[in-house]
Design a protein around this ligand. Structure first.
Ligand code: ATP
Length: 339
């Protein structure tokens, strides 16, 4: 999915109501972030979010929008890595019907769709240099002209962008325009990795345990002491998204009141579970065959772990383009929602 409009994700509460997803964590680093968001929500300045994958950049963008006076207007999230190069301009600025093959109707494009609200540009570092100059022009003039049209439209939207690579390195490497970078980077916010947030991991893990137990109609109440210890010790290269997947998988696979170390898919605990349950030698237990996307996901997660979260290096190890890696991870977001 390239584009979506939403006002934060709804999740089930224990009371059976739905509520908007919010940040969890009471570490000093998160405290500082909450304070910053309160200040920034009152302003319209562009915000530039950086941080490893899964640290909550998108959630941060939605929280900024929700807290701002723009909250009743659209929040448009655009994944710059997921949109093919040749259709980016028309998707972003819109087009008139019949302008090119496939333009079967008029399209207003993401920028105008975000008018009055917030435009979130995720994976901004993946934007081509051509699109970077078009985006810069839009930011300078506040005007868009759809492809095939001679009319310009004024757009008033707040810009929030995010990347999990170092944007200054991209600028220095000539991959990102410095004038665009400085226009976007009015207020930078760094999202810290989970492993640097102390006991936040336990706090988030408990909330997730309750959420997934409710969803899966399980009765888990707490983690065992050794499970809590491994949650604290694990380096979480995939950050909160990885934590979500680990706990969701464990809740689906097991039952009981206490979620133990063995139930967590960390340090091969999941593989151990599978081999323990493979009683008859030679017979392939159906669950030991993982869907292809999960095998691929494991290979990619391993590469990211080995490269300490550096996506460019992980992609080169895997001999794929960074944009392919981003696209696959984006797709898993929705696959794991379906598990
Ligand atoms: N502090 C937090 N408390 C609870 N949940 C969180 C927190 N931060 C992030 N999440 C959840 O973790 C998941 C990943 O977050 P998000 O998509 O915002 O990360 P991201 O940094 O944008 O990742 P990517 O760079 O891969 O796009 C989401 O389901 C989000 O709701």
């Amino acid at each position: 999915m390239n584009q979506y409009i939403f006002h934060n994700k709804n999740i089930n509460t224990l009371e059976g109501n739905t509520t908007k997803q919010a940040f969890i964590g009471s570490s000093a680093k998160m405290g500082a972030l909450y304070e910053l968001l309160d200040h920034l929500a009152k302003s319209d300045v562009p915000v530039f979010l950086t941080g490893e994958s899964g640290t909550g950049k998108e959630l941060c963008a939605t929280m900024l929008h929700e807290k701002s006076a723009r909250c009743d207007k659209p929040f448009i999230a655009v994944n710059c890595a997921a949109i093919p190069f040749d259709i980016f301009e028309s998707q972003f600025f819109g087009h008139l019907k019949g302008t090119f093959t496939g333009a079967i109707c008029d399209s207003i494009g993401y920028a105008r769709a975000a008018d009055g609200g917030t435009l979130f540009l995720d994976e901004i570092a993946e934007l081509s240099l051509t699109m970077q100059s078009k985006l810069l022009r839009f930011l300078q003039t506040g005007q868009v002209m759809p492809i095939g049209s001679t009319t310009t439209y004024a757009v008033n939207c707040r810009i929030v962008c995010a990347t999990n690579v170092n944007p200054l390195e991209q600028v220095n490497a000539g991959l990102f325009r410095s004038d665009l970078y400085y226009r976007l980077n009015v207020f930078p916010i760094k999202l810290y990795p989970l492993r640097e947030r102390g006991r936040d991991v336990i706090e988030i893990a408990y909330k997730l345990l309750k959420r997934y137990s409710l969803e899966e109609k399980k009765k888990f109440q707490r983690f065992s002491a050794d499970a809590e210890k491994i949650l604290l010790e694990h380096s979480w290269p995939g950050n909160i998204r990885e934590l979500e997947n680990v706990i969701r998988r464990a809740v689906i696979m097991y039952s009981g009141l206490v979620l133990t170390l063995e139930m967590l898919n960390l340090d091969n605990a999941f593989e151990n579970y599978l081999s323990k349950n493979n009683q008859n030698e030679g017979e392939v237990w159906p669950h030991s065959v993982l869907p292809l996307w999960q095998v691929e996901k494991k290979a990619i997660e391993n590469a990211i772990r080995i490269c300490n979260g550096n996506i460019q290096r992980a992609a080169s190890l895997l001999e794929i383009a960074p944009s392919t890696l981003y696209q696959k991870r984006h797709a898993w977001k929705f696959s794991s929602d379906k598990i």
